[in-house]
Ligand binder design. Structure first.
Ligand SMILES: C[S@@+](CC[C@H](N)C(=O)[O-])C[C@H]1O[C@@H](n2cnc3c(N)ncnc32)[C@H](O)[C@@H]1O
Length: 399
């Protein structure tokens, strides 16, 4: 039996985490985006059954419920569509979502739906959130993202579960390069059968992956470096379509190698700040809950925090960014682009506060006083224009 055929038997820890992240993002996304007054489509592009065989809910139920709750709590007259695309398990999906009257169920492939959506909404000022959670990579032709981004939509955001190792393994097979070793035999997201190098190029949006695999094959780089380099370049391709892309490695505890990459792409600074903060909090809470209950995820997956990331100390990065004075919001965005969701917004602000206290950073606020006439020490960039610049003092660790 193919591993994917077992996927819906029981919801695995990693699926639970993904869904928690999606679920925590939906209410603030709807609250934020509804202010645009433009219609909203949330599309679950690889929807699945809706409910796992063990009774646990999947992404379609979370999306449908979030839309329902938003509509029942808000009087804003705005069209919000939940679109769910699934071919193989369409009947199950239909049965599981039938109580949500306003859901659109599509008995087709993601590829066909993208074409149809693009032709029907070419000049429609719509907001689109795509949740893209396939088994592997074979359906992820980059041209679909290009097609959607070339439309005149009001906004587009993508949350993508990207199986980077699956891609590289398939690449090894096609190029006749020795395969990556995997110590994770439980992985269900494998064996894609893409079957041609040109199709792989179409997924990666380039041939850069072939050079990376040649370097790996010649022993110049490790598989860990190959995966990192491949993802960096894939993210760069996405940055040709989106202003901001956050890339979150989901690392297996045993090997500390990323199993997957959760990638979020948006054109909105606020979207980026919101999703990074939500994901960071959700992940930490989930990790603590699982740790408390000695659940599987705690043993399976590393939280990408300071213990598991390979980037420089955050204060050093802040110091480097501040070689040019920065608005607080712009500084936070740059930190998220470097560190992903490793730090919540409040943690990043806490670093800035410490640096201000130690004289390493000078902060000016406009207005400089609170409504009560006191000197403001606020870190709320929505209320104040907050500019940070390097101070006189500088510890050795910053250099
Ligand atoms: C990883 S599962 C999705 C799990 C789901 N997000 C959840 O949380 O419950 C991937 C699903 O995509 C479906 N699928 C495979 N190829 C597809 C395609 N070309 N278009 C749409 N769905 C597809 C599979 O049948 C499977 O149900």
């Amino acid at each position: 039996m193919k591993a994917t055929e077992n996927f819906f038997l029981k919801k695995r820890a990693w699926s639970k985490l993904k869904d928690e992240i999606l679920r925590s993002y939906l209410p603030p996304y709807l609250a934020k985006i509804s202010h645009t007054r433009c219609p909203i489509t949330i599309a679950d592009c690889f929807a699945g059954k809706g409910i796992f065989d063990d009774g646990q809910h999947g992404s379609p139920l979370y999306i449908a419920k979030a839309i329902d709750e938003f509509k029942s709590q808000n009087t804003i007259a705005i069209e919000i569509d939940g679109v769910f695309i699934e071919k193989k398990y369409f009947k199950e999906l239909h049965d599981n979502l039938c109580s949500f009257k306003e859901c659109k169920l599509i008995d087709d492939d993601y590829e066909n739906w993208i074409k149809q959506f693009s032709s029907e909404n070419i000049n429609n000022k719509r907001n689109l959130l795509l949740y893209v959670d396939p088994y592997g990579i074979k359906h992820l032709a980059f041209s679909h993202f290009k097609e959607i981004c070339s439309m005149n939509l009001n906004s587009i955001e993508i949350l993508l579960n990207f199986n980077s190792f699956g891609f590289l393994r398939e690449g090894c097979r096609l190029m006749g390069v020795q395969d990556f070793e995997s110590d994770d035999n439980n992985d269900v997201y494998e064996q894609d059968g893409v079957n041609s190098i040109s199709r792989m190029n179409a997924i990666a949006n380039g041939i850069y992956w072939q050079g990376i695999l040649r370097e790996y094959s010649n022993g110049k780089i490790s598989m860990k470096d190959a995966e990192r380099s491949f993802c960096e370049q894939y993210v760069n391709e996405l940055k040709s379509l989106f202003n901001y892309v956050v890339n979150i490695p989901i690392k297996a505890k045993k090997s500390h190698l990323p199993k997957y990459r959760l990638i979020f792409a948006t054109n909105s600074e606020d979207g980026l700040l919101l999703v990074a903060d939500k994901m960071s909090r959700t992940w930490k809470e989930f990790d603590e809950r699982e740790r408390g209950g000695q659940q599987l995820l705690f043993y399976e997956i590393d939280f990408p925090d300071e213990n598991n990331i390979e980037f420089p100390e955050p204060k050093k990065t802040i110091w480097n960014i501040l070689s040019v004075p920065h608005d607080l919001k712009a500084l936070l965005v740059k930190m998220i682009e470097i560190y992903g969701i490793s730090y919540s917004e409040s943690k990043l602000k806490a670093y800035c506060k410490e640096m201000e206290k130690d004289g390493e950073v000078i902060v000016t606020r406009d207005p400089s006083k609170t409504p009560n006439g006191k000197v403001s020490s606020s870190w709320e960039y929505k209320k104040y224009k907050i500019i940070l610049r390097r101070g006189q003092s500088c510890q050795k660790t910053l250099l």
